[in-house]
Design a protein. Structure first.
Length: 162
């Protein structure tokens, strides 16, 4: 599996130099090496569909990969990708629900800030721009070398000013 994952990663690393059709063909060729019920391969298939702008095809594949039982490391990536996909399909509230369910109890998760960024996009789609900005500020602030307290206070004020 590690060699297979490395070959998949190599295709993605080179994706910007290839057409969508070439990337799709390369990933599909690698997926063909795996069992039909291999959750990681199904996740990769969903990802390449998403990459090619075929979100309606990607959504059920993400759901299938999750149902098949992705390894713990892969699951948060699949949830973020599924949330992004359903948001792009016009269901931002569902995207928020997916992200909250996966990351609500994991604020220190390495992908928590990425999940917050996608949640902010969904909030903006719902017309909740202030909440989106506050979420973004809260994710950004811990990474700043200065002004953390001030930005936290400004974020609080944005919510109070409603």
């Amino acid at each position: 599996m590690d060699d297979w994952r490395a070959r998949v990663a190599a295709v993605w690393a080179d994706a910007t130099t290839r057409s969508d059709a070439e990337v799709t063909a390369a990933i599909e060729a690698l997926i063909a090496e795996r069992a039909v019920d291999d959750a990681v391969a199904v996740h990769e298939l969903a990802g390449v569909r998403d990459y090619a702008g075929r979100e309606a095809e990607a959504e059920p594949l993400y759901r299938r990969a999750l149902a098949l039982g992705l390894p713990e490391h892969d699951r948060p990536y699949a949830v973020i990708q599924l949330a992004s996909t359903v948001r792009n399909l016009g269901r931002p509230e569902e995207a928020l629900d997916l992200l909250r369910a996966e990351f609500a109890d994991a604020p220190g998760h390495p992908l928590a800030d990425a999940a917050t960024a996608f949640a902010a996009l969904a909030l903006a789609d719902l017309g909740r721009e202030r909440e989106a900005l506050v979420a973004t500020l809260r994710a950004l602030t811990p990474h700043l070398p200065a002004y953390r307290r001030a930005l936290d206070e400004y974020a609080d004020a944005l919510l109070e000013d409603r």
